[in-house]
Design a protein around this ligand. Sequence first.
Ligand SMILES: Cc1ncc(C[n+]2csc(CCOP(=O)(O)OP(=O)(O)O)c2C)c(N)n1
Ligand SMILES: [Mg+2]
Length: 928
Amino acid sequence: MNASIDPRLNALLTTTDTDTQETSEWREALLAVLAAQGPERARFLLDELVRTAHSAKIGWRPELSTPYVNSISVDQQPVFPGDLAIEERLASIMRWNALAMVVRANQAYGELGGHIASYASAADLFETGFNHFFEARQGTGPDQHRGDLVFFQPHSAPGVYARAFLEGRLSEQDLLNYRQEIRAAERGAVGLSSYPHPWLMPDFWQFPTGSMGIGPISSIYHARFMRYLSHRNLLDCSARKVWGVFGDGEMDEPESMSALTLAAREGLDNLVWVVNCNLQRLDGPVRGNGRIIDELEKLFTGAGWNVIKLVWGSDWDGLFARDVTGALARAFANTVDGQMQTFAAKDGRFNRDTFFGQNEELAKLAQGMTDDQIDRLKRGGHDLVKIHAAYASATQHVGQPTVILAHTKKGYGMGSAGQGKMTTHSQKKFDDTDLLEFRNRFNLPLSDQEATSLAFYKPAPESAEMQYLQSRRTALGGYLPKRDTACDTVAVPAIEQYSGFALNAEGKEMSTTMAFVRMLGNLLKDSALGPRIVPIVADEARTFGMANLFKQVGIYSSVGQRYAPEDIGSVLSYREALDGQILEEGISEAGAIASWTAAATSYSVHGLAMLPFYIYYSMFGFQRVGDQIWAAADQRPRGFLLGATSGRTTLGGEGLQHQDGSSHLHAATIPNCKAYDPAFAGEMAVIVNQGINDMMIEQRDVFYYITLMNENYAQPSLPAAMHEQVIRGCYLFETFEGQAKVLSPIQAQDGDLSDATAHNTEIGITNKNEAKAPVTKKIAVAGASTSAGNFSHPAVTLLGSGAILTEVIKAARQLAAQGVTAYVYSVTSWSELARDGLACQDARLAGSATAGVPFVYTQVATSAGPIVAATDYVHALPESVRAYLPADRRYLTLGTDGFGRSDTRAALREYFGVDTAAIVRAAMLALE
Ligand SMILES: Cc1ncc(C[n+]2csc(CCOP(=O)(O)OP(=O)(O)O)c2C)c(N)n1
Ligand SMILES: [Mg+2]
């Protein structure tokens, strides 16, 4: 059978040494070079051998993983610059207070939850950062260091609170309000959020990490955005780092891994990840039958990262030095993580018998150590000296991002109550014996009574520990985490400057997407706001007609443009530049939204207000990266999301997976997202203008979601009197009177009758897809009459949004022709109407004497008849305002529920029942 194997593969399979003499000669030759001429020469020779091997095509490539030992050897370790004993004591105190906080919360209310084991394993990783590396925002003026960005593992938050308690930033009362944000205020304390949530603790947490995977990808794009700011000469970020402490289980999330190559490609040496390899996740081992550290080493190395393995603590140094035969490395190579976890959970005796008892050589190494010493042998991620060495090396590394794979024990120090136990992740109950054991384990100066009553421990301010703690943070610029909000103000242009064409469209045909792109192009030209705009696309710029921006502002590239683009002579030429402004993220909505988040929170993270516009296929937004948007919302972003080609029927042929009928429902669930579905360019101009003012001038923590369509139709002018109503959610677009023409409020308020009539009349006439209305019977409805006029035709009120408003207008025309007066309202935002209605209801429920009337109610009060609503979205969207409409008026909603499919726009609208004919039918039904 071997004969059929490719001989090169056969060579790979050959693992036995057929000539040990020759092998040792080669080995010794290398060692001799190393000794005589140093590592550089040794590396050169190895490279040369590799080149030779490749050219001889022997089918060999180096393994991506290295032995299960530290990357940094003892002699490469720098001198530890701190006071080791004090730092260890401090870490122990943090561990205790974090534990006490979680256990006490759960003693009081068993439902609160919280985690102990994760921080117990990560404490030393956090503390080394706090004492030596994490720089806070410091200084003023142009030389200001605006601070490192630190992403904390979410369920290790108790440790961060414990530190803030020692630093004096949180009180004992605050710790007692862990996970009790609502009652805390009544008790005069700060409620401590479960995980890092800037929304809940806006002066404290910077980055939401509670949903696994989002912190990692976000950290990469924040690091890249800092490069972007530097390269565009907006802010020098060169002295700042992005740190992320994440879990080994968390690395399984697709988002964690999806941008590794981007980080390497961009040479993000401002980024350091620390992956806490405690070998466990929630249910059990991360890789019981393998080794997660090896796997991650291969993955990150392959992706182009600098990998530092931090596997063993200093006590192992002596063992490795004495292990001349390599018995330890061999034993580790045969120990899978499931077994390593068992070693963590068991005592020194067990480890002596089971690990060191495997063979003579290992047993000899363990001679002279007591069982207790064996038990205390530290893994790398628990040894402050080794951690410091790894961090120092990472910060000095040039040209690549670094990942530190830190080997730890989950539930470190929790003894028989939790260390290495399968269930340790959720362990939050300790009996007295466990507490005393923990106290003894970490030498905490607590009496038995204090320990068993879970007293928080804070050394006196003048103690060596506290002096040290404070001095280290002073040296690093202050406390962390800390969220700042002060940012510069940017002058914004007047709406007419960039959107005059849309406000005064005078019936010109265009799609709202075209109008938006034109607006964006104009905004980019503004000398003050222009440079702060960050256009973001995920390989769809051409789809949305934005290719002209490539040349106008350039595509950001950290290496400029190293090729002559094929279309170099064209006005739309594909131009990449170091100071390019567009972030072209390729086909990665996850990456694009992460970029958007970085730009939209720049006002806070960097003190520099930026304004991102991310334009994408609306279906690939909230639905695809909804959780990233939710996390961004937590981080209080300011920016625009543009859901283009939106609506279930507007996109025509693209079919089921592309047609979005629900993004507005998603958007409505996000409290700080203002979502709009404008029908006309003028409406959009007003909304964009409001957004710019809200976010850049008023500095409100809101972001805007606007849907854009690719359907061309005549765009009416929008009178100034309507602007405020557009923002609030709806306005009376026009009244189509049954027989005699009546004035629309637009005409009446604008005072320009002929003009407005002309524009509005064009709608529908110019629309190519006018459906034939199968109306067969003349209606004669008793009792329906308008309140706005003194005529007596039956009346109906039609609400429509986005592209479907054009169908609504055509339906109104047909109804009018059949003797029904139709009031047409353009609804610009269902969610804003619903929110306003809810606010009124809440005020009433709270007994407010001044509770207002819902805006949508007052708006339709000037119309008459039953109400019919139609949108390009699911029924639930117009249903969201039902409770706020007059109860005595029938309300019927049309929507596009179900899966999308491919066909022409007209066929789709007919199929989903949102075309002109369907609206007419619904109006008649409502009138019956
Ligand atoms: C997206 C998502 N899924 C699930 C969870 C629930 N969860 C919180 S921590 C955790 C296990 C984390 O394991 P690991 O990353 O190894 O961290 P460790 O606690 O071991 O340090 C899980 C499943 C979550 N927070 N986010
Ligand atoms: Mg883990």
